[in-house]
Design a protein around this ligand. Sequence first.
Ligand code: 5GP
Length: 190
Amino acid sequence: MMNKLIVVAAPSGAGKTTIVKHLLKTFGVLAFSVSATTREKREHEKDGSDYYFINEADFRQKVKKGEFLEWQEVYKGQFYGTLKSEIKRLWDLQKVVIFDIDVQGALNIKKAYPSETLLVFVKPPSRDILIQRLRDRNTESEESLSRRIEKASYELGFEDKFDVVLLNDSLESCLARAEKIVQDYLQSTN
Ligand code: 5GP
C-alpha cells in the first residue's frame, strides 16, 4: 500500500466529523490523525483518541521544535496542529490516514504531501443551514458560536481548491457518496 492521506475539511458545522466517523467504521485500513489542541476537553471526549489535549506552553514548545506538519490558531487563543509523529506512527502501521481539520490546515497538508493527499471539501446545502446546525449543536457560548459562524462563512469560499466536493444534503446519500470517493481513492495508484 502506498502512503496515502485523506483530508476531510469543511466549515465547522458542515458535518465532517460524522462523515469521518462513518468512514473509519466502514474502512478498516483508515486511521484517524489525532491532532494536538490547547482547547478545553469537552465532556464526551477522550485524551489521546479525540485529541492530544496539551497546554499552550507545550504547544508553543512543539512549534519551536518543528514537530508540527501544520498548525493553526483556529480560534483566538485555541491552537490545533497535526504532529509529524502522528502521521509517521500511522503510516508505519500501514494505515491510510484520515484527518478532520480546518480548511487552511487541509491546504497546508496538501502542500506538504501533494501527491499523497486527497482533499475532500464537505459543503453544507446553504449558509443558513450551516448556521442553524452550529446553533443546534449547542456546545458553545454565544461568543464562541459567533466566532465559529464568522469563520465558517469565510471557509465556504475555498471549495475550488479541493480535489472533491461532497455536498452534505441528506446524510444517508452523503455517506454513500463519501464511501465511493474513498473506495476509488484506495484503489488508485496516486
Ligand atoms: P473543534 O474544536 O470543534 O474540535 O474543532 C475546531 C476546528 O479545528 C474544526 O474545524 C477542526 O476540524 C479543526 N482542527 C482540528 N484539528 C486540527 C488540526 O490539527 N489542524 C487544523 N488546522 N485544524 C484542526
